[in-house]
Design a protein around this ligand. Structure first.
Ligand SMILES: NC(=O)c1ccc[n+]([C@@H]2O[C@H](COP(=O)([O-])OP(=O)(O)OC[C@H]3O[C@@H](n4cnc5c(N)ncnc54)[C@H](OP(=O)(O)O)[C@@H]3O)[C@@H](O)[C@H]2O)c1
Length: 281
C-alpha cells in the first residue's frame, strides 16, 4: 500500500469510458489488487467510474498532447511507475473510400486509434519501464482479417495498430517490456451501434453504391446482430495484464463466417463478395 491507501499495482487504461473498457475497469476494481487510472473524455461516465473502489478517473483526450501531459502529471502525483498501460480508446466508421467524408474519417480514426495509442505509450513509457510493466494495445479482428468492403477507415487504422504494436514489441523486447495485442471480434457497444447510423448515412448519400449497399443491408444486420459475450474478452485483457508469460496476442470472439473467408485466396474472397452483393436478394 502507498500512503494514500491505493494499492500497489497501477494501470493506465484508455477507453475506460467505453462499453468494453468500462467492463474491464469494473472487473479490475472488484479484484482489488489494481489501482486503475481510468481515462476518457466523457465527464458523465468518468463521474460514474469515480464511485468504484480503486479507480481514479482522469479526463484525457488522446488526440491532444497537452491533455495527455496533464494526465501524466496527475498520475505521477500518485506513483512514479506503472505496471501496465492498456490502450482501449478507439473509434469506428462505415463509408466508401471514394465518397462523402472519407478523408476526414480516415484522419480522425488514424488520430485516435493509431496516433492516440502512439502518443500515450510514448508519454507514459518511462513509468512503465520503471515499473517493469507491460503495454497492451487493442486491435480488432479487422486488424488481421481480409478487409470487408466499406470498412476502409477502420480496417486501415487497425492494420496500422497491428504494425505499430509488432514494431514496438520487437523494440521493447530488448528492454524487457512485453507488448501485447488484443484482437476482439464483435461486441454490443456504442462503437458497433454507430455502424448502422453510418450505414444509413452512406446509403442515402452514395452516388455509386446504392444497389450494392441495399443488398448488403441484411448481411450487415445479421453480422451486427451476432454479439459475443464480453466476459471472455474481459478475462483475456486481465490475463494479458497479469500472466507471468503473456501471449503475443489474445484473439477473442472471432466471427465464424468472417474467419471462414480467411481460408480462401484473395481472388476468391473478391468473387465471394461480388457474388453476395450483386446476386443476393
Ligand atoms: N465493440 C466491438 O465490437 C469491438 C470489436 C473489435 C475491437 N474493438 C475495439 O475495442 C476498443 C473499445 O471499443 P468499444 O466497443 O468499447 O467502443 P466504445 O464503447 O465506443 O468506446 C470507445 C472509447 O474510446 C474513447 N475515445 C474515443 N475518442 C477518444 C479520444 N479522442 N480521447 C480519449 N478517448 C477517446 C471513448 O472515450 P470518450 O467517450 O470518453 O471520449 C470510449 O471510452 C476500441 O479500440 C475498438 O476498436 C471493439
Amino acid at each position: 500500500m502507498k500512503e494514500s491507501g491505493y494499492l500497489m499495482k497501477y494501470v493506465l487504461f484508455t477507453g475506460a469510458t467505453g462499453g468494453l473498457g468500462t467492463l474491464c475497469v469494473k472487473e479490475l476494481s472488484q479484484k482489488g489488487d489494481w489501482t486503475v487510472f481510468a481515462t476518457g473524455t466523457n465527464g458523465a461516465v468518468l463521474d460514474h467510474l469515480r464511485k468504484l473502489p480503486n479507480v481514479i478517473p482522469l479526463k484525457m483526450d488522446i488526440t491532444i498532447q497537452e491533455s495527455i501531459n496533464a494526465a501524466h502529471s496527475t498520475v505521477q502525483s500518485f506513483t512514479n511507475s506503472l505496471d501496465a498501460i492498456v490502450n482501449f480508446a478507439g473509434l469506428t466508421y462505415f463509408t466508401s473510400l471514394i465518397e462523402g467524408d472519407s478523408v476526414d474519417a480516415i484522419e480522425k480514426l488514424l488520430s485516435v486509434n493509431v496516433m492516440g495509442t502512439v502518443r500515450v505509450n510514448r508519454t507514459f513509457f518511462e513509468m512503465v519501464y520503471k515499473g517493469r510493466g507491460r503495454i497492451i494495445n487493442c486491435s480488432s479482428e479487422s486488424g488481421w482479417m481480409t478487409p470487408q468492403p466499406f470498412a476502409g477507415p477502420y480496417v486501415l487504422s487497425k492494420y496500422a495498430v497491428e504494425a505499430y504494436n509488432d514494431s514496438l514489441r520487437r523494440e521493447l523486447m530488448f528492454l524487457g517490456i512485453p507488448v501485447i495485442k488484443i484482437q476482439p471480434g464483435s461486441y454490443d457497444t456504442q462503437l458497433t451501434q454507430q455502424i448502422s447510423t453510418y450505414f444509413n448515412k452512406v446509403i442515402n448519400e452514395t452516388k455509386y453504391y446504392k444497389e450494392i449497399l441495399t443488398k448488403m443491408k441484411p448481411l450487415m444486420k445479421m453480422e451486427l446482430n451476432h454479439k459475443n459475450d464480453p466476459r471472455q474478452l474481459v478475462k483475456s485483457v486481465i490475463k494479458a495484464m497479469e500472466s507471468k508469460h503473456p501471449k503475443l496476442k489474445y484473439r477473442v470472439g472471432t466471427g465464424k463466417l468472417l474467419a471462414m473467408l480467411e481460408l480462401f485466396p484473395e481472388e476468391c474472397v473478391d468473387k465471394i463478395y461480388k457474388l453476395m452483393l450483386t446476386l443476393h436478394k
